[in-house]
Write a protein of this length. Sequence first.
Length: 76
Amino acid sequence: MRLVIGNGAAKAIDDGLASLIARAIATRNMFLAGGDDSIDAMASRLGVRRDYLAVLVRLSLLKSFARSWSANSPSS
């Protein structure tokens, strides 16, 4: 995974950010699999607060949003 800024790439990968994004995507996949009866049940099972679970799911959607946004934006 690389963070691309402008036409170049960032020199260092932030391991904390990469780990958070990976956790967010894994959480979204669990959420979409529907193994829990509710968001509260899923948060309880994972040992996190409901609002943190919601943040992870939203963060996981940024990748899809960024991809569609860059595909639809005009070239410089």
